[in-house]
Design a protein around this ligand. Structure first.
Ligand code: TRP
Ligand code: ZN
Ligand code: CA
Length: 433
C-alpha cells in the first residue's frame, strides 16, 4: 500500500477526454508485461502483530533456542504451505540449542537460475524483535504470498528463506550456504537480504554489493522520488555475508539501526536528527510500536519490485532494436514531453507488429498518457490515463501495427502527466522492428 499517494482526482478524466480527441484511431491493442503488485501494508503489519503475540506468549522474545523462535517458524511455514510453496525446515545446532532455517521454493522457473530473497527470523533474547527482524521477515513473506496470488511464472526459479540464529553471528544462513553443494551454489544467481526495513526514524539504505541488484532497488526509489544512500552501518553484518563470501551476487535494503540520523539525512528523509534510526535496536521496546509504516510499506513494495524484475530475464529482442536511454522528466499535470529514437538504414515500411518497450518510472502510473509518434507524426495510443490505476511505473511492451509507416525517421515516445501530485520520468524506451 502506498500511504502517500493521493486519492483519485476528477480533473484527470476531463484531461483524458481532451487528449483522446487528438489520438489516432489505428493503435493496436497493448499487451503490457507484468509489473510487480503493490504489497499491502496491512498484510505486512498483520504478520508483525502475529510475531508480537508469539513473543508475548513465549517470555517476550523469539530468540534462537527459545519457544518463540520455533513458533515463528511454524507461523511463516503455515502461510507458505497454504499458498502452494514447497517448504523445508533445515535444522542446525548452535550453543547447544537446535536452530531452524525455513526455505520455501515456488514451483517452476529455470532450476539453473535461482533467485533467492531472505530475512532472519530470530530476535535477540532481550525483546520481541519486531523491527529486527520481524520487518524483513514479514516483507519477504508477504512478497512470497504475492507471488502465489499472482501465480507468477518467472523465468528464474524463486526461493525464499527465513534464517535462524542470525543474532548469534549469521549461524543459520552460514549453515545453509556451507551445506549447499558447489553445483547448487553456482545456480544461485542472486541473494536479496532484508534485515530491519521498518526502523522508526527510518533511513533508506541500499546495499552496494552487486551493481545490477543495487540498480534495481535504486531505480525503484528513484521512481518514488525518495533519495537513497549506500548501506554502511556495519557492512556485512547480516545474512547476505555468507552468500557474498562464496561469490553469489547479493543486495538488500536497510532502514538503520543504532547509528544516529544526521541533520542532512533528516532533511531529505524526515524524522529526527541526532537520534538513532532505531532507538529500540536489540532492546525490549522493539515492539509493534517500533515501526515506521511508510518505510515498511516502501521497502516491502521494493522487495516485490526486485523479485519481479530480477526473477524475469529480459528476452533478447529477435529483430533490430533502436533505443533511447536518456531520462526525460515528465512535468506534473503539465505539457507532453517526448523522447526520440532515430531509425536509419532500413528499407520500406515498419512491421505490422512493431514492438515498443516502454520504461516510465512514476509514483502513480494512472496519471500518465503514452503515445508512439511515427516519423510523419501519426499518433498511436499505447496507454490511457486512469484515475484508479495507483500502481507504480509503466514498464510494458506494446505491439503496434505500423505497417503504413515508413520505417526510417525520427520516432517519438510522447508522454503526458494529466493529474496533479505524482510525478515521474521516461527512463528508457525501445523500438524493435
Ligand atoms: N541484525 C543486524 C545486527 O544485529 C542488524 C544490522 C545492524 C544490520 N547493522 C546492519 C543489518 C547493517 C544489515 C546491514 O547486526
Ligand atoms: Zn537483524
Ligand atoms: Ca501527476
Amino acid at each position: 500500500m502506498n500511504l502517500f499517494r493521493r486519492a483519485a482526482v476528477g480533473a484527470a478524466t476531463l484531461a483524458i477526454g481532451g487528449l483522446l480527441a487528438t489520438a489516432a484511431p489505428s493503435s493496436a491493442a497493448p499487451s503490457p508485461t507484468l509489473a510487480a503488485p503493490d504489497i499491502p501494508l496491512a498484510n505486512v503489519k498483520a504478520h508483525l502483530t502475529q510475531f508480537q503475540s508469539i513473543a508475548s506468549a513465549n517470555g517476550g522474545n523469539r530468540a534462537h533456542g527459545r519457544p518463540g523462535y520455533k513458533a515463528s517458524i511454524d507461523y511463516v511455514k503455515g502461510k507458505l504451505d497454504a499458498a502452494g510453496f514447497t517448504t523445508s525446515v533445515q535444522q542446525f545446532t548452535s550453543g547447544g540449542a537446535t536452530g531452524y532455517n525455513l526455505v520455501a521454493d515456488w514451483p517452476g522457473g529455470d532450476p539453473n537460475k535461482v533467485l533467492m530473497a531472505g530475512a532472519h527470523l530470530d530476535s535477540v533474547s532481550s525483546g520481541p524483535g519486531i523491527n529486527d527482524n520481524g520487518s524483513g521477515s514479514a516483507g519477504v513473506l508477504e512478497t512470497a504470498l504475492a507471488v502465489s496470488r499472482a501465480q507468477l511464472k518467472p523465468t528464474k526459479h524463486l526461493r525464499f528463506a527465513w534464517w535462524g540464529a542470525e543474532e548469534l553471528g549469521m549461524v543459520g544462513s552460514r549453515h545453509y550456504v556451507n551445506n549447499l553443494p558447489t553445483t547448487e551454489r553456482a545456480k544461485v544467481s542472486g541473494y536479496l537480504n532484508f534485515d530491519m526495513i521498518g526502523s522508526p526514524n527510518a533511513g533508506y539504505f541500499v546495499y552496494d554489493d552487486d551493481p545490477t541488484i543495487e540498480k534495481t532497488f535504486k531505480d525503484y526509489y528513484a521512481g518514488l522520488n525518495v533519495p537513497t544512500e549506500i548501506e554502511t552501518e556495519g557492512d556485512g553484518r547480516s545474512d547476505h555475508a555468507p552468500f557474498k563470501n562464496v561469490g553469489i551476487p547479493v543486495g538488500g535494503l536497510f532502514s538503520g539501526a543504532e547509528r544516529a540520523k544526521t541533520s542532512a539525512q533528516a532533511q531529505k528523509w524526515g524524522g529526527t536528527a541526532g537520534q538513532a534510526f532505531d532507538r529500540c535496536y536489540h532492546s525490549s521496546c522493539d515492539t509493534t510500536s517500533n515501526i515506521n509504516d511508510t518505510a515498511l510499506d516502501r521497502n516491502s513494495d521494493a522487495i516485490a519490485h526486485a523479485v519481479w524484475q530480477l526473477g524475469t530475464d529480459t528476452p533478447v529482442p529477435p529483430g533490430d532494436s533502436y533505443e533511447n536511454t536518456t531520462d526525460v522528466t515528465i512535468p506534473d499535470n503539465g505539457a507532453a514531453v517526448t523522447s526520440t529514437v532515430n531509425v536509419t538504414g532500413r528499407t520500406g515500411n515498419a512491421p505490422a507488429a512493431l514492438k515498443v518497450d516502454v520504461d516510465i518510472r512514476h509514483t502513480w502510473r494512472g496519471d500518465v498518457v503514452v503515445d508512439l509518434l511515427a516519423p510523419d507524426g501519426t499518433a498511436y495510443r499505447l496507454k490511457n490515463s486512469s484515475s484508479s490505476d495507483s500502481a507504480d511505473n509503466v514498464i510494458a511492451t506494446y505491439t503496434v501495427d505500423a505497417s503504413s509507416e515508413t520505417a526510417n525517421g525520427a520516432w517519438k515516445l510522447r508522454v503526458q502527466d494529466v493529474a496533479a501530485q505524482d510525478t515521474g520520468y521516461i527512463n528508457s524506451w525501445k523500438l524493435t522492428f
